[in-house]
Design a protein around this ligand. Structure first.
Ligand code: F6P
Length: 323
């Protein structure tokens, strides 16, 4: 291969720029020209290719976000749009594609692979829900941001003797809630895998009050059925069951921002550089992922058709530790 493209797709993640820089540098080393796609799959469908500037990459490699831009582009599910994207790649004299992104993006990678175009994915999503990868680009940074926020919330909660419901990202995978809940000593963790009814959450938080704790925290995944809104509504409707004053914080997109941590920079460098090597070695239709502290290549078909399980032992441990 002499010329390949790279696209950042779906929700951005801190470390995407580090990966872009590693891909470009690895390409240079292997004498492959690396071209960028602007604006995620939407840009790919429009043939929005751009040449990469090594100085811009170097200057931004440790900044959050993605200098290529990204998009949520549901239309890419349409086969006609996928074929248009492949046509654009071929007409631009491109011979391979690297897709940096999460679950939805890797479904797109599989589709492109199915149309006969060489593609590899790079595991990147703060949700950490990609099957086959222990951890993905952006997760460590998001977790550190969440922990910093929970530490800050704890001090004001302590001063005012309040309970807080804190919503974190993750969609249908409760990894961020579980890990941040453990690391912050939260009293309750609610995830799509381990749903607790609002009454149970209220009881757990009240138990903390009875035990003489000065404040209590519940961490809730944004994709949980029993959302922070539902739990808060229950507590407001049942004031007799609840002794703390309640506050709700939705951490939101602050979790996807900021400079990547040391680990995310390392991970993005390893996965990014390995993705170029993979294409050169003729590996196609695989996700470049991280398992047991090393790079692995997982078939995209397996990645997109399997569900990552949240560790029930860790959830039980967290609930036990907070008692
Ligand atoms: O998939 C990453 C993620 O940050 C989820 O955790 C969150 O639910 C969602 O994206 C938010 O999407 P958007 O940035 O499109 O609002």
């Amino acid at each position: 291969m002499r010329r390949i493209a790279v696209v950042t797709s779906g929700g951005d993640a801190p470390g995407m720029n580090t990966a872009l820089n590693a891909i470009y540098q690895m390409g240079r080393d292997l004498r492959v020209e690396v071209v960028g796609v602007q604006g995620g799959y939407e840009g790919l469908a429009e043939g929005d290719f751009v040449s990469l500037d090594p100085h811009e990459l170097r200057e931004n490699m440790n900044r959050g976000g993605t200098i290529l831009g990204s998009s949520r582009f549901e239309a890419f599910l349409d086969e006609e749009i996928q074929l248009r994207a492949v046509k654009n790649l071929v007409e631009a004299d491109l011979e391979g594609l690297i897709v940096i992104g999460g679950n939805g993006s890797q479904r797109g990678s599989l589709a492109i692979h199915g149309h006969g175009f060489p593609v590899v994915g790079v595991a990147s999503t703060v949700d950490n829900d990609l099957f086959g990868s222990d951890i993905c680009i952006g997760v460590d940074t998001a977790l550190n941001t969440i922990i910093d926020s929970l530490d800050r919330i704890s001090t004001t909660a302590d001063s005012h003797h309040r309970a807080f419901l804190v919503e974190v990202m993750g969609r249908q995978y409760g990894y961020l809630a579980l890990m941040s809940g453990i690391a912050s000593g939260a009293e309750v963790i609610v995830t799509p895998e381990f749903e607790l009814e609002p009454a149970e959450v209220a009881r757990e938080l009240s138990l903390a009050h009875e035990q003489g704790k000065r404040y209590a925290l519940a961490v809730v995944t944004d994709g949980a059925k029993n959302s922070v809104e539902k739990i808060a509504a229950y507590i407001t409707e049942h004031p007799d069951e609840f002794d703390f004053e309640l506050r709700v914080t939705i951490l939101g997109h602050v979790q996807r921002g900021g400079s990547p941590t040391v680990f995310d920079r390392y991970l993005a460098t390893r996965l990014g550089s390995a993705s170029v090597q993979a294409l050169m070695d003729g590996k196609q239709g695989v996700l470049v992922a991280w398992k047991n502290y090393d790079v692995v290549y997982v078939p995209l078909r397996e990645v997109t058709s399997s569900r990552k399980e949240l560790n029930m032992f860790l959830w039980r441990l967290a609930m036990m530790l907070s008692k």
